[in-house]
Design a protein around this ligand. Structure first.
Ligand code: ASP
Length: 332
């Protein structure tokens, strides 16, 4: 009889590991308290899908994500990817910043076997907790041959998403994760894993995990913004700024002036959109910010920040080369 595939579960915390004294409440609970062994034991069906090994890499509420944990997670992913008999890796995570960690892994990890992030919107003790099924489905996907070569994946609510595309789009619903622009890659229905298409951008591992992380922040454009935040950040040595711009990358004139000054001081400026979907156009030649501000393409501000962080960490000089930075945003 052939052996079940060996799947490694790397646990980092989140609501999937959350607990509450009141099962009827999905809002009042403590995230990141239940150990991974308990989470796995709650899903006996896993035993017929894979041989599972688990590591508690961290136990945090992902709202408090830090770069040192990203680095530690990348180390563990690299380690397990290097083990010849590992068929796939599942990472349990909080939903709040899952899209950022997914983007980080998409950009830094070149793993031959599937790397799948999962999470839950409801704590493990709640009525209709979604974590157990999300965990089982993630292991099913990580163990599936069709998931190979698809880049880093995110599995929740029976859907399979590309790490680059997915974002949290609801405060509490179990279908909170959407790939607004391109849709999910596939779905899981009990034993059936159906990956319907491959993302074009599976070129993972294009950027190294930084030794030193530059200061890269996000500012937003809205009615009558001040420039004090941008000026203050430039004053404290920020290396990059992502603007959560309105609509198709529109930035208030007050902020344009502040950001042009920031760019002149050597800060990389990237325009993303606060709308939640769509591609920010590279401005036409008549646009006053053409060639100065970079378009984030279809990356939301939080994902654009991750790319800018990694790009500036690898090559600080990119801040003064918007054309090359634009080429990276057009391809990563
Ligand atoms: N605050 C939690 C976290 O991100 C939320 C969740 O996991 O749903 O860790």
């Amino acid at each position: 009889m052939s052996q079940l595939p060996r799947i490694v579960v790397l646990a980092t915390g989140g609501t999937i590991a959350g607990a509450s004294a009141n099962p009827a409440s999905s809002a009042r609970y403590q995230a990141a308290t239940v150990p991974v062994a308990t989470l796995l034991a709650a899903v006996p069906a896993l035993q017929s899908v894979a041989r599972i090994e688990a590591e508690q890499v961290a136990q945090v509420d992902s709202k408090d994500m830090v770069f040192s944990l990203w680095s530690a997670l990348a180390d563990r992913v690299q380690y397990w990817c290097g083990q010849p008999d590992v068929a796939g890796i599942v990472i349990t995570h909080g939903t709040d910043t899952l899209e950022e960690t997914a983007m980080f892994l998409h950009l830094t990890q070149a793993c031959a076997v599937p790397v799948v992030l999962t999470a839950a919107m409801r704590p493990s003790t709640s009525l209709s907790a979604d974590g157990p099924l999300n965990l089982l489905d993630s292991v099913r996907v990580a163990a599936h041959a069709d998931a190979r070569g698809k880049g880093v994946l995110v599995v929740l609510n029976q859907q399979v998403h590309a790490a680059r595309d997915v974002a949290k789009a609801h405060t509490s619903a179990v279908d909170a994760f959407v790939s607004a622009q391109c849709g999910p890659l596939g779905y899981v229905q009990d034993d059936l894993v159906r990956i319907a298409r491959a993302p074009v951008r599976t070129a993972t591992g294009v950027l190294p995990v930084p030794e030193q992380w530059p200061d890269v922040e996000i500012v937003a454009s809205y009615a009558q913004p001040g420039r004090v935040a941008v000026d203050a950040m430039v004053g404290t040595g920020v290396r990059g700024l992502v603007v959560a711009a309105a609509g198709n990358g529109s930035v208030h004139e007050t902020l344009v002036a502040a950001l042009r000054d920031a760019a002149a001081a050597g800060v990389a400026v990237v325009r993303s959109s606060r709308t939640g979907a769509g591609h920010v156009a590279i401005p036409p030649a008549a646009d006053p910010v053409d060639g100065v501000f970079v378009s984030a393409a279809d990356l939301n501000p939080y994902k654009a920040r991750v790319l800018l962080l990694l790009a500036l960490a690898r090559e600080p000089g990119l801040a003064a080369a918007p054309d090359r930075l634009q080429a990276l945003f057009a391809s990563a």
